[in-house]
Design a protein around this ligand. Structure first.
Ligand code: MD3
Ligand code: FE
Length: 217
């Protein structure tokens, strides 16, 4: 069976897989609303474009990012933070589409976290060769809330490490439509994304888009 055929079968049959303590992989959970999600991403980026941010250490990230919701994650020479204003447009971030909110809430519930109310959605764009090095997400005040991630476009190899940066990461393939709920002790695990392999996605072309829903306060 080809990888593409396998992916389409997986999308057609949503499944639930526990991948770690508090982390649940919902294969194909977002597949049924793929067109609406992509249209919403386009509307968001028309207001707040994708941009490559620079870390406090002076490195330009290879992944391009934007946000929607009440606050957006940004990094610059001063640090990392959630800010209500997009520094590029100098306007508030686009509001979070109800479709996004509902998807995140339904997924979190499925993953065992009822009434998840995200106030921020970070939108990451990967082009072939781009990667996200191992890191922890700890800029959110309420670490009892999960993070919900939605993968669209080209498949990626997700690196899932432990509580120490030196723990050898496990590798997961995440494909278009996959949703993961990251909660519990997993919330502070190191994680990243391996350099994106080149390819062509039927709806998104040569890119992968990842949405992460967060409750930041
Ligand atoms: C596990 N994004 O935006 S999503 C990020 O595919 C980020 O773009 C990756 O890491 C991406 O911060 C991974 C999956 C994810 C997100 C947050 C986590 C996994 C996580 C937080 C804790 C543990
Ligand atoms: Fe992260």
């Amino acid at each position: 069976m080809t990888a593409d055929l396998f992916d389409s079968l997986a999308e057609a049959q949503p499944s639930r897989e526990d991948i770690a303590d508090g982390a649940v992989l919902l294969r194909g959970f977002a597949g049924t609303i793929e067109h609406e999600l992509i249209a919403a991403v386009r509307a968001i980026t028309a207001q707040s474009s994708f941009r490559q941010m620079t870390t406090p250490g002076g490195y330009q990230m290879s992944v391009a990012m934007t946000n929607c919701g009440e606050r957006g994650w940004i990094t610059d020479h001063t640090g990392y933070r959630y800010d209500p204003i997009d520094p590029l447009s100098e306007q508030p971030w686009p509001s979070m589409p109800p479709l996004f909110r509902d998807l995140a809430r339904r997924a979190a519930e499925e993953g065992g976290f009822p009434s998840f109310a995200p106030d921020a959605c970070l939108v990451n764009r990967y082009e072939p060769g781009t990667r996200l090095s191992l890191h922890q997400d700890k800029d959110e005040l309420d670490l009892s809330a999960p993070i919900v991630s939605v993968s669209l476009g080209l498949p990626a190899t997700f690196l899932f490490g432990g509580m120490a940066r030196s723990d050898k990461p496990r590798r997961f393939r995440l494909v278009h439509g996959d949703v993961v709920v990251w909660g519990g002790v997993t919330r502070l695990a190191y994680h990243g994304v391996a350099p994106l392999a080149d390819g062509e996605h039927a709806l998104l072309g040569r890119q992968r888009i990842n949405l992460t829903f967060r409750k930041t306060r």
